[in-house]
Design a protein around this ligand. Structure first.
Ligand code: SF4
Length: 257
């Protein structure tokens, strides 16, 4: 029993590692001399990203460094010590930053506005500042394939734009590059990988912790239903993002018509 769990874990590790390595190559995500701040929240995606990047780093032909960075928004009950213990046990270089994001959100958020977007903005700003202080030129985030294609659908259905996320982009401050090495990795594999490694997942302890946005939930359900009929659906969608035919679209920026 134990043996098959281990081999399943190895298989997953190798699969995720391979897909991450492919993304790094396809989008030139990591270069020699990079010092990369890996955003870690204590959730499944960021634990997995940190471990996979570290595994790749050990056998990479170029030298680069990783620093795990946690931005603690100050939500009461956030068990940061669990994350810290894990980082220490695995000998990661890390930095934990305490912020007053929670207090700011409580004081400044307009009634009815999104808790998450305000919080995410504050945390992202803090992450940029810390990355700068730590001498990191890149910031790695744990968004995965499902995040990309759900965002694509959300933008089409509710925003009226055709776009998802970028695997590599210049940060808002113009000084860092944000990379998303899990662009080819499906969420279901991350969940299984996280379970097989028993990563000590902690909740962010915010008021909306664990509540998936209703629209995103709907997209997840739609994709699940369609993927049950076509197992290649998600791969096809992510491939579509790299295979655009602007001449078959209506955007006047690309056509004089
Ligand atoms: S889920 Fe919670 S911690 Fe995460 S962005 Fe939303 S409010 Fe912030």
């Amino acid at each position: 029993m134990q043996k098959s769990t281990e081999s399943g874990g190895d298989r997953l590790h190798n699969k995720i590692r391979k897909l991450t390595g492919k993304a790094i190559g396809d989008f030139n995500l990591i270069e020699a001399g990079d010092r990369i701040a890996v955003g870690v929240s204590g959730g499944k995606d960021s634990y997995s990203l940190l471990h996979i990047l570290d595994s790749l780093r050990r056998r990479a032909p170029v030298r680069y460094e990783l620093v795990a960075v946690n931005i603690d928004a100050g939500f009461p009950g956030y068990r940061r010590e669990v994350l810290e213990e894990h980082l220490r046990q695995h000998d990661f270089t890390y930095h934990l930053e305490t912020t007053s994001a929670y207090a700011i959100i409580e004081e400044k958020r307009r009634p009815g506005s999104s808790y998450c977007s305000f919080c995410a903005r504050l945390r992202r700003g803090a992450l940029y500042v810390v990355a700068e202080q730590l001498g990191c030129n890149k910031i790695a985030l744990g968004h995965h394939l499902d995040d990309f294609i759900e965002t694509l659908l959300l933008n089409q259905f509710y925003v009226g734009t055709l776009g998802a996320m970028s695997p590599k982009l210049r940060a808002d401050n113009g000084r860092h590059t944000v990379i998303r090495p899990f662009v080819y990795v499906e969420e279901q594999d991350i969940i299984a990988y996280c379970r097989s490694n028993a990563f000590p997942v902690i909740c962010c302890a915010c008021p909306v912790c664990g509540i998936v946005d209703q629209k995103r939930k709907r997209m997840k359900r739609l994709l699940r239903e369609l993927a049950a009929e076509n197992p290649h659906l998600k791969r096809s969608m992510i491939a579509a993002l790299g295979n655009i035919h602007p001449q078959q679209l209506l955007d006047r920026k690309f056509h004089s018509f």
